[in-house]
Design a protein around this ligand. Structure first.
Ligand SMILES: Cc1cc2nc3c(=O)[nH]c(=O)nc-3n(C[C@H](O)[C@H](O)[C@H](O)COP(=O)(O)O)c2cc1C
Ligand SMILES: [Fe+2]
Ligand SMILES: [Fe+2]
Length: 395
C-alpha cells in the first residue's frame, strides 16, 4: 500500500482529504488562483468510526487509500454529510460502497438531496436534528443546523471531547496548500475572497450561525476547504466583522471602456478619491478577476460603476457586474455611476434599472457625450469629493 500523507489534528482525529493543486475554476464562475483542498476527516473511537464529509469526484480512490492506511473502510459506522454539494459529497456513493455498514448522517433537508443527487437508499440515511448527538464511545458528535450556508441542508458537526468544529464550507478558503491557517501568510486574503464569493449573500444566516457557536468552546475549526484553524479567533473575528457588514473607508471602482472616455472620467474619480485619502480597489472589467472583485466588495463602503453605452444599454461587462453585485449582496452603502455615450445614451438608466430595489444611496451620476471636457473633469472632482465625504462620515 502507498504510504499516505495523513495529518493528525487531535488524538484519533485525522485529515484524510485531497489537495487539488491544478483546479483553476469553481462553479464554472470563480477562479481559484491557488487551487483548493477538499478536506475530509476520520474520527476513530472505541465503539465507532465516522467520516466527516468526503471529496470531489475524481478523488475517491485517494480518500479511500488514506482511510485504509488508518483503518478498514468496512469499519466506518457513519459518513457525515455536512453539505450535499458535490465537492464534499461527490464521493459518498463510493464511500457507501466500500463502507457497507455505514449510515449517511444528514439534516432533514439533506435527506432528499442525498437521494436525488447520490441515489442513497432511504434505509442508509440517518436524519439528525438540531443538537442531536451520536456517541462513538470516547467521542461524541453533536450536530448544529446552519441552513443556507450556503445551501439549505448545511450543518456543522462538533466533536465534543476534542472541541473541534467541522463547519464544512463556512470558514473555508480555496487553497490547495497549507495545514494550519496561522502558518499561511495570506490566509485572510483568501478567506475574504471565499467569503465574498460564497457566504456574503447569506450574511443574516451567517450571523445566526455565529451566534449559535458563540457559546461553544471551540479549540479547532476544521473546515472543508483550505487550512485548519487551530487559533480560531483569527477567522472568527473576521467572520464576525464580515457578517455584520462592517465596511472600511474604501471604494471599489468597477468599470469598462472601449475608447477611453469612460476610462478618463473613472481615472479622474480614482485620483480624487485617492487624494481624499479613500482606500481604492480598481477593477477594469475587461481584465479583472471576479474573485478579486468579490473580495473587495466585502469591505468597501462605496462602489463606482463606469460603463459606456453600447447598443442602447450599458456595456455587457457592466451588465454582468451589476447583476453579480446585486446577487452577492455586499454591504456597500454608496454608489456613483459614470458613463460616456455617442448619440442616444442610456447606460446609467440601464444600470439603475438593473440595481432595481437594491438599497444603496446614489451619491452622483455623470453621463458625458464622447470624451470628457474640462467641465466634465471638474464635475467629477466635485462628485468624488462628495462621495469621499459620505464615506468618511459613515465611519
Ligand atoms: C459597438 C458600439 C456600440 C455603441 N452603441 C451606442 C448606442 O447604442 N448608443 C450610444 O449613445 N452610443 C453608442 N456607442 C458609442 C459609445 O457609447 C461612445 O463612443 C462612448 O463615448 C464610448 O465610451 P468609451 O470611450 O468609454 O468606450 C457605441 C459604440 C460602440 C463601439
Ligand atoms: Fe458548497
Ligand atoms: Fe465547498
Amino acid at each position: 500500500m502507498i504510504e499516505r500523507n495523513i495529518t493528525k489534528i487531535a488524538e484519533n482525529v485525522y485529515w484524510v482529504g485531497a489537495r487539488d493543486w491544478n483546479r483553476r475554476l469553481f462553479d464554472a464562475l470563480i477562479s481559484l488562483p491557488k487551487g483548493t483542498a477538499y478536506n475530509a476527516y476520520l474520527i476513530m473511537s472505541r465503539n465507532g468510526k465516522a467520516l466527516i464529509d468526503t471529496v470531489n469526484p475524481g478523488f475517491e480512490k485517494e480518500l479511500e487509500e488514506k482511510i485504509r492506511s488508518l483503518t478498514s473502510p468496512e469499519e466506518i459506522d457513519y459518513v457525515i454529510m455536512n453539505h450535499a454539494e458535490p465537492d464534499h459529497a461527490g464521493a459518498i456513493p463510493h464511500m457507501l460502497r466500500v463502507a457497507p455498514k455505514a449510515k449517511l448522517v444528514t439534516t432533514s433537508r439533506g435527506e432528499k438531496m442525498a437521494r436525488v443527487f447520490y441515489n442513497v437508499p432511504q434505509e442508509r440515511i440517518k436524519v439528525v436534528g438540531e443538537n442531536e448527538t451520536i456517541s462513538l464511545g470516547d467521542k461524541t458528535l453533536r450536530f448544529i443546523e446552519a441552513p443556507m450556508l450556503h445551501w439549505p441542508e448545511t450543518m456543522f458537526t462538533y466533536l465534543e471531547e476534542d472541541k473541534i468544529l467541522f463547519p464544512c464550507d463556512f470558514f473555508g478558503s480555496h487553497l490547495a496548500g497549507g495545514v494550519y491557517s496561522d502558518e499561511v501568510e495570506d490566509l485572510l486574503v483568501h478567506a475574504q475572497r471565499y467569503w465574498g464569493e460564497i457566504m456574503m449573500p447569506f450574511r443574516a444566516m451567517a450571523q445566526k450561525a455565529l451566534q449559535k457557536i458563540a457559546n461553544l468552546e471551540v479549540r479547532i475549526i476544521a473546515p472543508s476547504h483550505g487550512p485548519i484553524h487551530r487559533k480560531p479567533e483569527l477567522i472568527l473575528n473576521a467572520y464576525n466583522r464580515w457578517a455584520a457588514g462592517e465596511t472600511r473607508p474604501k471604494a471599489t471602482i468597477a468599470y469598462v471602456s472601449m475608447w477611453n472616455s469612460t476610462d478618463a472620467i473613472v481615472r479622474q474619480m480614482a485620483e480624487t478619491l485617492a487624494t481624499e485619502g479613500i482606500e481604492l480597489a480598481f477593477h477594469n472589467l475587461a481584465m479583472t478577476d471576479v474573485g478579486d472583485l468579490a473580495k473587495d466588495l466585502v469591505d468597501s463602503r462605496a462602489i463606482v460603476l463606469g460603463a459606456p453605452t453600447v447598443l442602447g444599454g450599458a456595456h455587457p461587462l457592466a451588465v454582468y457586474t451589476t447583476y453579480l453585485f446585486k446577487a452577492l449582496r455586499p454591504p456597500t452603502r454608496f454608489a456613483v455611476l459614470l458613463s460616456s455615450y455617442g448619440w442616444g445614451g442610456g447606460a446609467i438608466k440601464h444600470i439603475q434599472e438593473l440595481l432595481g430595489q437594491f438599497k444603496i444611496e446614489v451619491v452622483g451620476t455623470l453621463e458625458i457625450n464622447g470624451p470628457p471636457t474640462e467641465e466634465n473633469m471638474r464635475q467629477i472632482v466635485n462628485i468624488g469629493r462628495a462621495l469621499a465625504k459620505k464615506i468618511r462620515e459613515e465611519a
